[in-house]
Design a protein around this ligand. Structure first.
Ligand SMILES: *Cc1c(COP(=O)(O)O)cnc(C)c1O
Length: 364
């Protein structure tokens, strides 16, 4: 069996990815906004990152240093951005591998400065402001100002490139025009004290894109860090109701092989105790149904309810570590052992699929 016949596999359509990047980049560019292409959603796949570089993103960004390190050695010339605030223990590598990082701790800024000096480099920093989503960032205005002044005036191997915020991650706080105005206010507070304009005001991620479309992004915001909205373009449509039909929703397609097809009862037979993950699920009795098993499972994609079958009439019933169970009673086509079925992954699936050693990744 040749490698290309092996399943499960994740098919990545680089042309569609490029077109997605291009569309969002042009929309943002029209409003004076540059893009950091965030590639952590696909575990930093080099081929994907290359498309972000090719389409003229200002930065390529990830929350994982190892992913950026791989890109650094791949010859990609675009500046690399570390978007998870660094561990103190990794500052040497942050300086060595990346050009710019998001930061929220003075101790880390000092350590970055020292390392940048040791490596004879200038490292750019964006200070993160927490506007209520309650993940990373300075909450206290005075502490933010202190960090900015310290970076500007004393940490000579760092360049205070700007400030940024993150919304819609932990606290599910929306990137409203008002929230983003608060970010601009913080920037202007710093600018007044340092006597110059900051280069970047980074107003969030995919969840800020509606501000571009509705033309209500505060004009000083000039950098967005976009991952999901380009890679999958699903959330803004499904959760927020925006029409994303101008984007390709199938950059990534999962292909998996059927290993069993049988008529079975839809309700388990026997005393119901615990499933493979220690849960005590409930099952609907729909009588005898035609079912199929796929040769992949939760270790590959984590959440079976997030996968979207491409075949009409196919439903995912559940999964264990290495098996996925389908109802194919109402499938529009006849499904046999050895057939290959396709699924569109959500973000939560994609992060697992692209890091599972069981999944072969192929590019078209
Ligand atoms: C993941 C992440 C992003 C990108 O988020 P998307 O919703 O995928 O666009 C941007 N900024 C930070 C700090 C992140 O951690």
């Amino acid at each position: 069996m040749s490698r290309s016949d092996k399943y499960p596999k994740l098919v990545v359509d680089l042309d569609k990815l490029r077109r997605n990047i291009d569309r969002i980049r042009i929309q943002c560019e029209d409003k004076g906004v540059e893009i950091a292409g965030v590639i952590k959603g696909c575990t930093g796949l080099t081929e994907c990152a290359r498309q972000f570089a090719r389409e003229g993103c200002r930065f390529i960004a990830s929350s994982r240093l190892e992913q950026l390190e791989t890109l650094r050695s791949s010859g990609i010339q675009t500046q690399l951005m570390m978007i998870r605030v660094p561990m103190l223990s990794e500052v040497a590598d942050v300086v060595r591998v990346t050009d710019i990082s998001l930061n929220s701790e003075i101790a880390v800024l000092k350590a970055l400065n020292e390392e940048a000096g040791a490596q004879d480099k200038e490292h750019q920093v964006i200070l993160m402001v927490d506007l209520g989503d309650l993940r990373e960032g300075f909450w206290d205005k005075d502490e933010l100002l202190e960090a900015a002044l310290l970076t500007e005036n004393e940490l000579h191997n760092l360049k205070l490139a700007g400030i940024g915020t993150n919304l819609g991650c932990y606290g599910a706080v929306a990137a409203t025009p008002e929230k983003l105005e608060e970010l601009v206010e913080r920037a202007e507070m710093i600018e007044e004290k340092i006597g110059r304009e900051l280069e970047f005001i980074s107003g969030g991620a995919t969840s800020t894109l509606p501000r571009i479309w509705e033309d209500n992004l505060p004009s000083r915001i000039n950098l967005l860090r976009i991952g999901e909205g380009i890679l999958l373009a699903a959330d803004l449509q499904e959760l927020w109701g925006y029409d994303m039909s101008f984007m390709h929703r199938d950059v990534f397609t999962l292909r998996a092989e059927v290993i069993e097809v049988k008529e079975k009862p839809s309700h388990p037979v026997g005393e119901i105790m615990f499933d493979a993950f220690g849960a005590k699920p409930e099952y609907e009795d729909r009588g005898m149904r035609r079912r199929a098993l796929l040769a992949l499972g939760k270790v590959d994609y984590a959440f079976c309810d997030q996968l979207i079958p491409r075949d009409e009439g196919v439903a995912i019933l559940g999964a264990s570590s290495d098996h996925t169970i389908l109802d194919i009673q109402d499938a529009a086509r006849s499904i046999q052992v050895g057939d290959v079925l396709e699924f569109i992954p959500h973000y939560s699936n994609l992060v697992y699929l692209t890091s599972s050693p069981n999944i072969q990744i192929v590019y078209i």
